[in-house]
Design a protein around this ligand. Structure first.
Ligand code: HSE
Length: 314
């Protein structure tokens, strides 16, 4: 039993374009949140401090344990385990806020993984999912595991709400990379979710089901060309794209550079593309150039499709 543990949880690509709320991909390349949990005399979960990557106190995130996804998730686990006493969290935010990179999920996941290590009887990684989801639900106002599941387990995860808490880790084809560009804009996920239409036509439903089924079959078969024919979103992307002024140009640049598909990451503003590994560096540069041409600064990451999920650190 430890008195202190630190965990890292990576950023993630929610929806992966084709599977709204039910498909998520862990992002490798170093973007992620780090949480240290230390036993404390105060009962329950408290937050010592939240800092950004620059080491400074985070200007926006609260240390009120009822307002932070890390503490909400950790408290749910601590309570369910009936653990005595309390733990205090130190959160180091590496994922930009409201970026579409699974920022709230990364904090919640890192927190439950760190706090789990303080328990007498720690749970398996996959068993932590429902607790991390409690934190995520607070932030996004909806129950969806497409950021929490890949951040926790790594790789590409199918996680429809109807199957939770079970999720399915999908195989990924060799030689394919993910590229993510984060334009320096912000989109509030809860707000973006409230703005979505409630009704869709049978035609849209059939099309999107076809793409999702085809994409999953492509991953199972390692069929890269089929990924290129199925990585499409005819329902959500058209409703959200206008909120990201550079989206059309970045997508066009990605497709011109040979992307298999390109869409918003989660609710945006980040934009991701899947591409052949050999094209990834040029792809990142083409997408970033298109973003900069709109006068919007950005950061980019290149990731394998089987990036590692959350882990304890020394
Ligand atoms: N599936 C969620 C959404 C992901 O698109 O609203 C948010 O990052």
């Amino acid at each position: 039993m430890s008195d202190k543990a630190t965990a890292f949880a990576p950023a993630s690509i929610g929806n992966v374009g084709v599977g709204f709320d039910m498909l998520g991909l862990a992002l490798g390349g170093g973007a992620g949140d780090r949480v240290t949990a230390a036993r404390s005399g105060t009962p329950g979960i408290s937050i010592e401090e939240v800092r950004g990557l620059d080491g400074e106190i985070h200007p926006y995130l609260s240390t009120d344990p009822k307002q932070n996804t890390a503490s909400i998730a950790a408290q749910a686990l601590w309570h369910a385990a009936g653990a005595p006493g309390g733990a205090s969290l130190t959160v180091r935010k590496g994922v930009p806020l409201q970026s579409g990179m699974g920022s709230s999920a990364a904090s919640a996941v890192a927190a439950v993984v760190a706090v789990n290590a303080l328990l007498d009887d720690p749970l398996e990684l996959a068993e932590l999912l429902p607790y991390a989801l409690e934190g995520e639900q607070f932030a996004s106002g909806g129950l969806h595991a497409d950021n929490v599941a890949p951040s926790l387990l790594g790789g590409l995860v199918l996680c429809p709400t109807v199957l939770l808490p079970d999720v399915v880790r999908l195989p990924v084809p060799a030689g394919v990379s993910a590229v993510l560009v984060h334009p320096e804009l912000q989109v509030n996920t809860a707000h973006a979710r409230r703005g979505l239409a409630r009704g869709y036509s049978m035609e849209q439903w059939l099309q999107q089901q076809g793409y999702l089924a085809g994409f999953i079959a492509a991953c199972n078969a390692g069929d890269v060309d089929l990924i290129g024919r199925t990585l499409r979103d005819v329902i959500i992307e058209p409703q959200r794209a206008a909120a990201v002024s550079c989206f059309d140009s970045v997508k066009e640049a990605a497709l011109r550079a040979g992307a298999l598909g390109c869409s918003l990451s989660g609710s945006g503003p980040s934009i991701f593309a899947l591409c052949r590994e050999r094209d990834a560096i040029n792809m990142a540069s083409a997408m970033a150039q298109a973003c900069l041409a709109h006068g919007i600064a950005c950061q980019s990451w290149v990731s394998p499709l089987d990036a590692e999920g959350a882990r304890l650190e020394d």
